[in-house]
Design a protein around this ligand. Structure first.
Ligand code: ADP
Ligand code: MG
Length: 288
């Protein structure tokens, strides 16, 4: 246990570790478990033979928690997220979200997903892009007009409701994608490197914004990121993945109270956790 956590006295309360194919029974957080990844594995065909994208991997997220996933390129982060989102089928194992399959959960509009590429429809305005998941679910957009505009405001884009994606900066487009992921008021939010294409300053601003939006939404969040500082700033727990075969090697609790201020990033306690994670990633053979 690293000193910052021991000092805060919170490490043991929230820590559990997923190692290889089994879950070690450490005390779980008191909150209800929202999402269970149970020994999920996936092999893809590759040019030099099969690639084990994920060896049996387990993870639990408690309701309303924020978990970040970090790890070297190709260690299976996106595969894990896609399986949790029901966009990829595991070869083995299962995912249960509040007792339902990901497909069922997604069909009910309870799953919000955002990727690195905001993938907005270029001919649709901000408002109509944000509304898209409602239409996919067959809901009447007119019934949700107030909620759509409130969300656009929440992500700081008030006044841009009728703008087209081509009229927005990269950061603004990413915020549209986040508003779109939230429009069905999902109880679980899956984010795959949503700020990966942004510069450092914008990324910091988006981190603060994401914390605010997530706290307001009450959703359970899983964020894949390359940024150690982003993971530590946002998450209650950071899952460190390793490659060959892809798996979760360690779960590190982050005990800082919320809301977290960007000034937290300048504290020794923050750096201590970042250094610890960097060392774990170093062991994992991260190409950095
Ligand atoms: P990460 O997101 O951590 O970079 P991915 O989950 O995207 O990793 O990929 C894990 C491994 O699985 C990589 O070796 C990748 O090449 C392989 N892989 C992922 N998706 C596919 C696919 N659809 N077909 C074949 N190989 C894939
Ligand atoms: Mg990825």
């Amino acid at each position: 246990m690293i000193t910052a956590l021991a000092t805060a006295g919170l490490g043991a309360a929230v820590a559990f570790r997923a190692r290889d194919d089994r879950m070690e029974a450490k005390p779980m957080a008191e909150a209800a478990v929202d999402l269970i990844v149970d020994r999920v594995a996936k092999v893809f065909p590759g040019p030099q033979g099969p690639v084990t994208a994920l060896s049996p991997t387990s993870l639990k997220l408690s309701r309303g928690s924020f978990v970040a996933v970090i790890g070297p390129s190709g260690c299976g982060k996106s595969t894990l997220l896609r399986i949790i989102g029901g966009l990829e089928t595991p070869d083995q194992g299962a995912v249960l979200i509040r007792g339902k399959s990901p497909e069922q959960f997604r069909a009910e509009g309870e799953l919000g997903i955002a990727f690195q590429d905001p993938a907005l429809l270029p001919w649709r305005s901000v408002r109509r892009n944000v509304a898209l998941p409602l239409q996919v679910l067959g809901r009447r957009v007119a019934d949700h007009a107030g909620q759509i505009d409130a969300l656009i405001q929440l992500v700081g884009l008030a006044g841009y409701e009728d703008a087209l994606p081509s009229q927005l900066s990269g950061g603004m487009r990413q915020r549209v994608a986040i508003a779109r992921a939230l429009v069905t008021e999902p109880s679980v939010l899956l984010l795959d490197e949503p700020f990966g294409a942004l510069d450092q300053i914008l990324r910091r601003a988006m981190n603060v914004e994401l914390q605010r939006i997530w706290m307001k939404s009450g959703a359970t969040a899983l964020l894949v990121t390359h940024g150690i500082d982003e993971a530590v700033f946002l998450a209650d727990e950071v899952a460190v993945m390793r490659a060959k075969p892809g798996r979760i090697a360690e779960i590190i609790p982050v005990p800082f109270p919320r809301p977290r201020d960007p000034a937290l990033m300048t504290t020794p306690e923050f750096h201590e956790i970042c250094d610890h994670l960097a060392a774990l990633l170093g062991e994992a053979g991260d190409e950095a």
